[in-house]
Design a protein around this ligand. Sequence first.
Ligand code: APR
Ligand code: PHB
Length: 391
Amino acid sequence: MKVQVCIIGGGPSGLLLSQLLHLKGIATVVLEKHTREHVLSRIRAGVLEHGFAALMREAQCGERMDREGEIHHGFFIAHGGGRMDRVDLHRYSGGNSVMVYGQTELTRDLYDGREKSGAPTVFEAADVALHDLTSDRPFVTCRRNGEALRVDCDYVVGADGFHGVSRKSIPAGVLREYERVYPFGWLGVLSRTKPVSPELIYASHERGFALCSLRSQVLSRYYIQVPLSDRVEDWTDAAFWEELRRRLPAEVAARLVTGASIEKSIAPLRSYVAEPMRHGRLFLAGDAAHIVPPTGARGLNSAASDIYYLYHAMLAHYQHGDDAGLDLYSQKALARVWKAQRFSWWMTTTLHRFPANSPYEDKLQATELAYLFSSERALGALAENYVGLPF
Ligand code: APR
Ligand code: PHB
């Protein structure tokens, strides 16, 4: 098979880029390790910044998102032993907002879109391997149903997530990795219950962080901070609801509607960046190059700017023979990636309980939130980062 751009990974990053390029007549293929059903069974986060939503519309995949997604103009932070303060995103970001729409649904819309437009996907692509990346003729090999497949291309995009093969194809001496692992995880529960609040509540509590989120007005998503040693089997639904209640302000806990969990899992929290994001004719995008703890809702949103830069760089190359965007990709993408890292780190350290903190550090942490809600400038900094810095 011969294409212009071979994209590895059929998660949101790879699918969105492929769809955008396909609509401009640039030939791509997506090589995905799993089946479509498997990819769509993964429960992921659900807050999209406005720039990501705009890319979904440009990819002609935004119709259901605009119909079923919810525009949120703010969220709450519960702190200080019972206070609930609202962050007015709309006011403090100069009129912006976020879209609450599940990442699983968004991925489904991207798969439906590419099926409609006839863009090719190879599912269950096994043993994907990248070759001759620093030559003018890179190629990718894999196996499908036991048969060997070779894809010749101009460029390879590694959008195969944190555990993918693309980043590992960059020689160790070239790649520099930066990492922070947090000493806790998030236990998440999805339940078919009415959300406790129409807007998200991030709760900072001495027993640990909690988050009340939602997928729709009948589907709730809740999280609590847990030690890394906890196993999901140790948490009954009843124990989860009880612990969540204890971390929320009394009037919120009193109106919490509980129900059977549809999904329950523990995710560790980690910050990670790999530099550079280009090696020869390979470009990394999304979780393949960087991950953030979920506290600032930046995961998918940091992928959005990678896709935006890469899409425009590829267009300039194929339509005008202009390679400046490709040459600057790594530098430009990393500049925004690091800002998302900074914000996610700040949200995480401000809102979680760190068992090893000294009483002095605990006081500073409480003061961070007290300061935030006493300063319009501090609220402005939070709001502009949460709705997404410009690309
Ligand atoms: N070969 C082919 N495909 C692979 C390989 C491989 N060796 N390894 C992984 N994949 C596939 C995975 O099965 C997955 O479908 O690559 C895809 C990567 O998707 P994601 O992990 O979702 O990463 P990305 O598309 O960058 O999405 C960005 O935003 O909310 C965050 O972390 C969350 O996944 C989310 C991310
Ligand atoms: C979610 O709904 O899963 C979610 C929302 C906001 C976050 C993290 C996760 O910051």
